[in-house]
Design a protein around this ligand. Structure first.
Ligand SMILES: Nc1ncnc2c1ncn2[C@@H]1O[C@H](COP(=O)(O)OP(=O)(O)O)[C@@H](O)[C@H]1O
Ligand SMILES: [Mg+2]
Length: 252
């Protein structure tokens, strides 16, 4: 039994896509690629992942189309939905250790972490991650915040060799185009001078990221914690490419 890889989607600022990316990547790995996943929702102020799961459970119960989709998916899928554990930065390490000691055997554990690098609990939690992904958008304030956070982790934590962290990558989210625009390339160049690297795949700004199945009519879901992304919505989303890059980085 090999040790699971700890992967965080983290930054101090809200709204950049940590919870969305955690849910998308965790679901794609678990439901599409057969990787065993466990997710730790460490954002005790928002608990978005847990909210997504509650909503997903509700809509797959109440919406007949999603209910059918759930039934036909799990008829062939031999596993259960991945567990989402509600926690906070202070308790997360103890909780995951307990889970692993009690026999949980995930290949990857995702941590959805919001908090500043001035918070000792956040620093402690980040220091036991194997890999950290920092979402960043082209909004100036988001960019500044994500770059500051990533730069601190890379230059003050990773380089000391006192943490488990092997690599940090930024992930461009809410981008107007499918391919990396010029602006991101320019920022990438600036970031590389700070020792920072971003992934090549970008996620576009699209309403499919926040459709939750509550509105009747269009019921196919892109982001669900209990189902794989809808095949039509997956087209042109860059999600498979992004997941491939993440797998290459985390070696899973
Ligand atoms: N690529 C995207 N396109 C459109 N909306 C997005 C995208 N990524 C995230 N969002 C939306 O932005 C909001 C913030 O995202 P979220 O993942 O909750 O950020 P965080 O966890 O960093 O606070 C949510 O309403 C989410 O649905
Ligand atoms: Mg969040």
């Amino acid at each position: 039994m090999s040790e699971p890889v700890f992967v965080a989607f983290a930054t101090q600022k809200g709204g950049v896509g940590k919870s969305t990316l955690t849910a998308l990547v965790a679901s794609y790995l678990h439901y599409n690629e057969g990787v065993n996943v466990l997710a730790m929702d460490c954002d005790d102020r928002q608990h978005s992942l847990k909210d997504y799961r509650d909503q997903d459970n509700l809509v797959t119960e109440e919406n007949p189309i999603l209910k059918k989709a759930l039934y036909s998916f799990y008829k062939n899928f031999k596993k259960k939905a991945y567990e989402i554990v509600l926690t906070n930065p202070k308790e997360a390490i103890r909780l995951i250790s307990e889970k692993l000691n009690a026999g949980a055997n995930p290949d990857v554990v995702f941590f959805d972490i919001t908090g500043t690098i001035n918070d000792p609990d956040i620093v402690m939690l980040l220091s036991v991650m194997d890999y950290i992904f920092v979402p960043v958008t082209i909004d100036t304030a988001d960019m500044k915040s994500s770059i500051r956070f990533a730069s601190h982790v890379v230059n003050k934590m990773i380089t000391t060799n006192k943490t488990k962290i092997k690599a940090l990558r930024l992930v461009w989210n809410k981008i107007p185009t499918r391919t990396k625009p010029n602006l991101c390339e320019i920022v990438d160049k600036y970031m590389s001078e700070l020792g920072l690297e971003s992934l090549e795949s970008v996620l576009t700004n699209s309403c499919k990221f926040y459709k939750d199945g509550a509105v009747s009519g269009k019921t196919a879901l892109f982001r669900s914690t209990v189902l794989p992304p809808d095949k039509q919505l997956l087209k042109g989303s860059n999600l498979p490419e992004l997941v491939a890059e993440i797998r290459e980085t985390i070696k899973v």
